[in-house]
Design a protein around this ligand. Structure first.
Ligand SMILES: Cc1cc2nc3c(=O)[nH]c(=O)nc-3n(C[C@H](O)[C@H](O)[C@H](O)COP(=O)(O)O)c2cc1C
Length: 195
């Protein structure tokens, strides 16, 4: 099973990356192959709304570092998106990627039973970290994106939401969050390494 993790934080060892790596460690133990991509290290642009992915081509025509990332998403069996909450939403780094997945949607997608071009629907683990300690605040973010991702071909979103993690490294001291990351890996990755 191929797991592709896309990191949306500029902090390489930030809270969202800590939880993602914990998930990946347990995914690898179960025999998955894992790849990590730090979006902050890439040269990328947001969607240009040229609509060429709906009129002339089946892929995004922009040629930048996201070109190969979009191809890798199509190939992966399970995706992991991570982001800090920035001003009540995902980071700009992750949002640019999300907008570029517009190229996965077929022309006339709104009326189609199979609205996307992905070879197979894939589960998405979405890790979101925030400094605010009240879980009611920013609770809208994950459900909003999850609803849209159904169209894109990310069959089901499995959220991992970390609240009250402000400083870099806070998530590493939170057993409740680390257990959630491990449990998700155990639920979603079939154990192919056993005997
Ligand atoms: C530009 C910026 C905007 C932020 N906006 C919010 C916010 O709206 N709500 C919040 O709870 N925390 C906010 N934070 C705090 C981060 O969400 C928090 O530190 C998070 O754990 C960072 O995750 P990371 O270590 O993976 O980057 C913000 C931090 C920065 C740098």
């Amino acid at each position: 099973m191929k797991v592709l993790a896309l990191y949306g934080s500029p902090r390489k060892d930030g809270n969202s990356a800590i939880l993602a790596r914990h998930f990946l460690t347990h995914a690898e133990k179960r025999g998955a192959s894992v790849e990590e991509i730090n979006l902050n290290c890439l040269q990328l642009r947001g969607c240009q709304a040229c609509n060429l992915c709906k009129t002339k081509f089946e892929t995004c025509v922009l040629k930048d570092d996201l070109t190969s990332v979009l191809a890798a998403i199509a190939e992966a069996d399970l995706l992991l998106f991570t982001s800090p909450v920035y001003y009540g939403d995902v980071s700009a780094q992750l949002k640019m990627l999300i907008d570029r997945t517009f190229a996965f949607l077929r022309p006339g997608y709104i009326a189609l039973e199979q609205p996307n071009r992905l070879p197979a629907p894939k589960p998405l683990v979405f890790i979101l970290t925030q400094g605010h300690r009240d879980s009611k605040v920013f609770a809208d973010i994950l459900p909003r994106y999850s609803d849209l991702f159904g169209w894109t071909g990310f069959a089901k979103t499995y959220p991992l939401r970390a609240v009250d993690v402000y400083h870099q490294g806070d998530a590493a001291k939170r057993d409740d969050l680390l257990v959630q990351a491990q449990t998700l890996a155990e639920e979603l990755i079939p154990n192919s390494s056993a005997g």
